[in-house]
Unconditional design. Structure first.
Length: 223
């Protein structure tokens, strides 16, 4: 290539400089440039795999779950809203599941050993809005008993209405549930989440009966 005005040769960036010993008669670069490209792609792929592996690990420590298919489907009686997404959740001990509650719902989680059929028998034996009265103590086998939701047939007022209870019961809220490997130090102390499969339901009777349930699989530390 002839030099530009001033007589200073034009220098191309290093990756694009051709080596005369590595060119054919047509002036095309040979294997040296091809090999350089392949090495670059290979290193780029290695750089991607590490963050992906870390992301997979992180996902089992904090998982976000839709509890209700969006506020735009939260009309009374709309079974489209009666969903937990995803409904098969994997978490490691000491992880957290964050339920994004959208609509008139109450999450309840049962310890391993309580089955869907156990709760279905109870649900089918009554007709009230809730399977378990949200104003009373948690039912046997409950690992977590959710917040009594505002509104609904009972026209439950929005919180805080109970002194000392500042939790939001709005129909657009987050309920975060931890699955700790060790018992808490508070009073009362939080329970240990033993490894196993935990049943998750919506405590609103009709919602559970139309399929609003799922499972949280808790893995032991180190698995």
């Amino acid at each position: 290539m002839p030099p530009p005005e001033g007589g200073v040769p034009l220098r191309l960036p290093e990756p694009f400089r051709w080596n005369s010993a590595a060119t054919t008669e047509g002036g095309r670069p040979m294997k040296r440039w091809t090999l350089s490209k392949k090495c670059g792609v290979f290193l780029f792929c290695i750089g991607l795999t590490a963050p992906l592996a870390m992301a997979d690990e992180d996902e089992q420590q904090s998982v976000t779950v839709a509890f209700g298919r969006g506020l735009n489907t939260a009309q009374v009686g709309n079974i489209v809203n009666h969903a937990i997404l995803p409904n098969n959740i994997k978490i490691k001990q000491d992880g957290v599941v964050q339920f994004l509650v959208a609509g008139f719902h109450e999450p309840v989680i049962f310890v391993p050993g309580v089955s869907h059929d156990d709760i279905l028998k109870i649900a089918n034996s009554g007709t009230s809005t809730f399977i378990f009265d949200p104003t009373k103590p948690p039912p046997p086998g409950a690992f977590y008993f959710g917040i009594n939701p505002a509104g609904g047939p009972l026209n439950t007022p929005a919180t805080p209405v109970v002194p000392g209870d500042t939790r939001s019961n709005a129909q657009n809220r987050v309920e975060s549930i931890g699955f700790p490997a060790n018992r808490g130090t508070g009073n009362p102390s939080s329970p240990v989440a033993q490894p196993g499969v935990y049943l998750v339901i919506c405590n609103v009777r009709q919602h559970f009966q139309t399929g609003m349930f799922g499972f949280v699989s808790v893995e032991a530390e180190g698995d």
